[in-house]
Structure formats: C-alpha cells, structure tokens
Design a protein around this ligand. Structure first.
Ligand code: DGI
Ligand code: FE
Ligand code: FE
Length: 201
C-alpha cells in the first residue's frame, strides 16, 4: 500500500522542480518531469514509494547542463571513479555526477535513489525496483519518440518489467552499434544479466 506524500515531501519536490527548471534547458526540464511522472505510475504498479520515484525522476539528469569535458574534470576533481569508456565518452558521467549533486547539493541520503540516478544511463545487473523504474522511464516516457519498440515497451512494462528492460537494452545496444559508439562495460553487463535472467525462466 502506498503512503500519501507528506507536506514536507511535496515542498521538497517543488523546490527541486524549481531548481532543475532554472539549471536545465527547457526540453531537458520537461523530460525530467515526464520521467518523474512516468516513474510514479510504475511505482503505483510495482509498489515502490511514489516519493522516491518522483525525486529520482526529477533529479536523474540534474548534471546534464555540464558539457562532457566539464563532467570529466568535475568527476576527477571529486575523486569519482572514471572508467575507460567514460573517459573517452564523458557524457556517460552525467549519472554519476548527478548522484553526487543529489547527495551533496540537495542532501539526498537514500542510497536507492542515489543509485537509480547513478545508473540510469547504463543500468546495472541486479537493479532494485526503483532503479529499474527510473532506467525504463527514462527510455519510454511519453515525450520520447525516436527509439524502436516504444509501443511494445510501453505495453510490456506494466506486465513484465524484466522483459521490457531487455527490449530497452537491445534497443540501446543496437543504437550504439549503428552509431559506432563504444559500449560501456556496465551497459554490456546489464544486457547480459537480463538476457540470462530471461533464458533461465
Ligand atoms: O540523458 P538522457 O538523454 O535522458 O538519456 P541517457 O542518460 O540514457 O543517455 C542516453 C545516451 O546515452 C544515448 O545517446 C545512448 C547513450 N548510452 C547508453 N549506454 C551507452 C551510451 N553511450 C555509450 N557510448 N556507451 C554506452 O554503453
Ligand atoms: Fe540521462
Ligand atoms: Fe534522461
């Protein structure tokens, strides 16, 4: 059963909304709100705290206003570990740095929320329900219209979230291959994990 949001939670969400509206460009702000609302619907379906999905959704791209070189130097300065693919493709770091901002600027302490922000681009093997919801909502929120299989994913996500994740990961890997972009080790591991899981069932 879902708890209603408290007045303090509603106020904090409104403050975060104001903050990201100021720092992100308009289309990125609208995407963030759309991820939050989509994630909240999935929270109702999968019995995850709605507040956590709203907060993680609003904040997941909070570092997206930094350029890739800025993200790289900020992560190095704050001793955030940077992998090989991230070094050559530092836009991948907006999740890790976003989690840093969420903790250090906005005071978010819930590790599940921080991890959902951190891994929202690549996913990770063994994601929690909240992590899965943010990863999926980022891909299928209503304003997205480019990726293949969106209609199937939007249907499947409410009945079989792991199969929907697999479709999302397949779509991401195909997109990366077609665009000749390096595949991050974590993206690959996440795909392998959810593929194995599907076969094992
Ligand atoms: O920040 P958003 O645009 O909302 O979405 P996102 O955080 O999922 O980032 C999307 C981009 O990240 C998209 O262009 C694909 C890319 N991406 C995801 N996994 C990998 C990746 N890019 C590389 N180079 N390697 C990956 O493994
Ligand atoms: Fe992102
Ligand atoms: Fe996003």
């Amino acid at each position: 059963m879902q708890e209603n949001l408290s007045r303090e939670e509603i106020k904090f969400l409104a403050d975060i909304d104001d903050e990201i509206r100021k720092t992100l460009k308009a289309s990125r702000y609208r995407h963030s709100v759309s991820v939050a609302n989509t994630a909240a619907c999935l929270a109702m379906r999968y019995d995850v705290p709605i507040y956590d999905t709203l907060l993680a959704g609003l904040l997941h791209d909070c570092a997206k206003n930094y350029s890739p070189p800025e993200l790289l130097s900020l992560c190095l300065k704050k001793n955030i570990p940077v992998g090989e693919t991230e070094r050559s493709n530092p836009s991948l770091l907006h999740g890790k740095y976003g989690a840093y901002i969420a903790r250090n600027k906005f005071g978010v302490e819930n590790e599940d929320i921080l991890s959902a922000i951190r891994y929202h681009t690549t996913g990770r093997p063994g994601m929690t329900r909240l992590e899965k919801i943010i990863f999926a909502a980022d891909y299928m929120e209503p304003l997205r219209n480019q990726a293949p299989d969106l209609a199937a994913i939007r249907e499947l996500i409410f009945t079989d979230i792991d199969s929907a994740l697999l479709l999302i990961l397949k779509g991401t890997l195909n997109h990366l291959k077609n665009s000749d972009l390096p595949i991050d080790e974590m993206t690959r591991k996440t795909f392998d994990y959810y593929k194995e899981k599907a076969i094992g069932q």
